[in-house]
Write a protein that binds this ligand. Sequence first.
Ligand code: NAD
Ligand code: DAU
Length: 372
Amino acid sequence: MILVTGGAGFIGSNFVLDWFDQSGAQEPVINLDALTYAGNLENLIALSNEPLHQFVQGDIGDRALVSRLLTEHRPRAIVHFAAESHVDRSIHGPSAFINTNVQGTFHLLECAREYWQQLPQEKASAFRFLHVSTDEVYGSLGPNDPAFTESTPYQPNSPYSASKAASDHLARAWYHTYGLPVLTTNCSNNYGPFQLPEKLIPLMIINALAGRALPIYGDGRNVRDWLYVGDHCAAIRCVLARGRVGEVYNIGGWNEMPNIEIVSALCTLLDQRSPLTAQRAGGSHAQLITYVKDRPGHDRRYAINAEKIANELGWKPIETFATGIEKTVDWYLNHQDWVAHVQSGAYRQWINLQYGHAASSDGQGKQSCSQQ
Ligand code: NAD
Ligand code: DAU
């Protein structure tokens, strides 16, 4: 039995779905998720008849609930995904990021410590707390800087990355001070099924198909290191199974790309998959590309050196960007119901706040985006 937090979000739900695929449904999962705007039970529909999956709606900061779950189910591990995860939202409203990412992780660590301390010796040494974190804690790279390693100093620049950095420090301290068997992973940008269209790739896919503007921040030359979500999930399973306690593992796709190249690649793919909307956009979805005001404090470049996890644990990504992005685009094209459901009133409010226009399919978005 493992306890997963945030298992109704993008990566967490992929992890839980893959867990049952990969383990042949042998080991039960308790899935604790507060179902914030980012949590979606529709992601888990495939597990409706899976008796080994138990979903619990609740907050990681609710100590009574978390302690009860630990005492009742006696998991051998906690895999901690739950977080506020969107940089732009952290700029508009940092408070939820401090509450969940910092205080929530603190409460979860305390509950884990209390539970772990009363486990019999053998179970205590087998127990793991896997803290899922991000490459953004390392800050921003210059064009010729070497990629982030596990010993790169922390220099978080956004409220989101600062809150994740704080949670990483807490996890580290709980290992060093109390001996809690913590593992930390710092991963690069994920993409794939079930990602909310607030993040770059799904936002662009959904806007392109609806004939809306494709808003590129700044000059579009900011670089991210993209990893298919299934590869991230495999890396986490690997660290959970074989990672050395107290260690940090960077996870990345060896795939640095500037945003404008990502969006151009998406447009080319969508032109092939959806010629009708390409035609409506003026021949290619690329006609919808619009440069907009930059994100404040926008980190220029992230790149992960993932040699440690490759050398120590034998993990490498399976998908290339070409294969991963095809799977992703096809998933969005084949899941129009999911796409329609996530574009609820709350989603439209966010789009209006961030981009200055509502998420309608009237094709007017391009005009109302502020041009640089
Ligand atoms: P997400 O926003 O899609 O999902 C977060 C989930 O956590 C949601 O289901 C939400 O309901 C839940 N949640 C939020 N606050 C909670 C609380 N207080 N208690 C319980 N549940 C709560 O995020 P994601 O993109 O799936 O990211 C998951 C984790 O991976 C995060 O810790 C994030 O920092 C990290 N990460 C993400 C990426 C990426 O590219 N998305 C890359 C590296 C690391
Ligand atoms: O690096 C890992 C991180 O990747 C995770 O920790 C975060 O949870 C995840 O959200 C992601 O952060 P980014 O800020 O890199 O992702 P996002 O998809 O928001 O943006 C990717 C890049 O695209 C970034 O340079 C900003 C740019 N962008 C984004 C949006 C939403 C645009 O140009 N236009 C947009 O509309």
